[in-house]
Design a binder for this molecule. Structure first.
Ligand code: ADP
Length: 505
């Protein structure tokens, strides 16, 4: 007979040992051997069960038995034997004398005769997760105290098993996540706060030519480029940037600061897209160039015809139509050429230019339009020069486009405010009008190529190419600035840009 204190101590020892491991197989093995030792059983077995009582895993203290035989035996005892009875009743049972217990199934190939046996459930949250069975050759070897001890051990084991199961689940999930990230065709790396490479998936290892992590970023191929991209992006925390690799490839690098992980960097190879874009720009440039000359000839002849005295009324109408369409085509071609050149990085020679002077020089070009519509134009300009680095023609294009749009889309008698301000290190240029205004849903697309707001057209009837604002955006961004718009339907719009100023101004 095992004394109560000894049982409590045994359960405590078992609990301590069980909690020292999270490996499922190790836990199962420990439960079995500890129980067999503590009870003096000649044999023991442990099954893990699913909700239907099907055996998921089993550990037998009989390694000599073939898997087929042990599976057949387990099924038999679960259906007709003591183990099945315990699973169904959810509490432990003792067969002190197996010969007199009808729940005892004698297995055909069992050469060892079992005199007494006990089975206890591994209960977790009212579910039998497993069974622990102990056998002894002697009849009445086991009594209630063994049953109580085995039940105590099983209680601890159920918790340890649940922990091990959860741990295995998390471990497996982690492994599949790792496999997924590692096998991704997009290079992904993680960099710590000292710019050391702490993770690189397979694709990244090939591109960065690294065999192992733990090296400083500068030491890998493309590392310096990546480091300077991270520094640029670091200021904003998250975002993406284009990076040219030493082998000529271009990557869209995006970063994400993940707490306790580091800076996660994904590198999307956009070399092909960049090449296509370059081809498209070249194509547009060539076609526009080839169209420019014949169109000039058409316009020249049309203007010559205009001075012809004998032209009939309908002839004059047709001629005006030809001139208007040719003029529109000329605008489109010139816009397309401009855009192609700016996008190809040919924004012209860069020098400091006084924006105040540029605004004052550009405004008179719109005098006729302003007069025709009786617009009131006000300026709010600094008294001292405000210099920005850029190309004179391109900077004038920014001013001209915002002012021309404000005049074009304003109603007769409208007001326009042209404003220039200098704030630490940058210059803000904006043009406000009292025109139709643009709904918030349309605003995001305003700076896209060929985009024209249908409601504005319906309200004003003004024509255009839809390229002006994308030209402005391309120029401003090529100088490291940004464009913006604020607008309210029925009130008006403000189009503006922020440009980096020259240090000395
Ligand atoms: P467009 O040649 O059509 O004027 P832009 O690129 O300059 O091309 O402008 C794109 C569209 O943005 C215009 O077609 C117009 O619908 C809208 N837009 C531009 N400026 C204004 C403004 N000041 N007020 C209202 N709508 C404007």
């Amino acid at each position: 007979m095992i004394a109560y204190t000894t049982s409590a101590e045994t359960v405590y020892t078992v609990a301590r040992q069980l909690n020292s491991s999270l490996d499922l197989d190790e836990v199962l093995g420990k439960v079995l051997s500890l129980t067999v030792d503590a009870t003096g059983a000649t044999r023991g077995s442990l099954f893990l069960l699913d909700e239907q009582g099907r055996v998921l895993r089993q550990i037998l203290a009989r390694p000599d038995q073939s898997p087929e035989i042990s599976r057949r035996n387990v099924n038999m005892v679960m259906e007709h034997g003591l183990a099945g009875w315990v699973f169904r009743h959810q509490y432990g049972a003792l067969a002190a004398d197996t010969t007199k217990d009808e729940r005892w199934v004698r297995l055909p190939d069992d050469d060892e005769i079992t005199g007494s046996a006990l089975v206890v459930p591994l209960l977790y949250q009212e579910r039998v997760n497993g069974l622990l069975a102990l056998h002894h050759l002697q009849i009445r070897f086991f009594d209630e105290s063994h049953l109580a001890l085995a039940a105590g051990i099983a209680g601890q084991a159920a918790i340890a098993l649940e922990n091990a199961r959860l741990y295995t689940e998390v471990k497996e999930e982690r492994e599949s996540l790792f496999k997924l990230i590692n096998g991704m065709p997009i290079p992904v790396v993680v960099v710590d706060h000292r710019d050391t490479l702490v993770f690189a998936n397979q694709s990244a290892r090939q591109r960065l030519l690294v065999k192992q992590v733990g090296v400083p970023l500068e030491q890998v191929s493309g590392g310096p480029q990546l480091k300077s991209a991270l520094t640029k992006l670091g200021q904003s925390g998250n975002g993406h940037i284009e990076v040219k690799w030493p082998d000529g490839r271009v990557y869209n690098v995006s970063i994400n600061n993940v707490s306790k992980v580091g800076t996660v960097v994904a590198m999307d190879d956009i070399t092909q897209l960049k090449e296509l874009d370059k081809m498209k720009t070249q194509f547009v440039e060539t076609v526009s160039h080839d169209l420019k000359n014949p169109l000039g000839v058409v316009m020249g002849f049309a203007q010559l015809l205009e001075s012809e005295q004998n032209l009939s009324e309908s002839g004059q109408v047709s001629l005006r139509g030809i001139l208007k369409s040719a003029h529109n085509m000329q605008e489109l071609i010139s816009d397309l050429l401009d855009l192609a050149q700016i996008e190809a990085g040919m924004a012209g020679e860069v020098q400091p230019h006084d924006m105040v002077r540029l605004v004052l020089d550009t405004l008179p070009n719109f005098a006729l339009q302003i007069e025709e519509k009786s617009l009131q134009v006000k300026t709010d300009l600094p008294f001292e020069p405000v210099r920005v680095p850029g190309n004179r023609v391109r900077l004038s294009q920014i001013v001209a486009n915002f002012v021309s749009n404000a005049a074009k889309y304003s109603f007769d008698g409208g007001q326009i405010l042209v404003k220039l301000t200098r704030t630490d290190g940058s210059v803000n240029f904006s043009v406000t009008d009292s025109g139709p205004g643009i709904a918030p849903a349309r605003q995001a697309q305003l700076f896209q190529k060929f985009y024209r707001v249908p409601e504005v057209h319906a309200a004003t009837g003004a024509t255009g190419t839809g390229l002006g604002l994308s030209i402005v955006k391309a120029i401003v961004e090529s100088y490291g600035g940004r464009v913006w718009v604020e607008s309210e339907v029925g009130v008006g719009s403000t189009f503006g840009c922020t440009l980096p100023a020259c240090l000395e101004s």
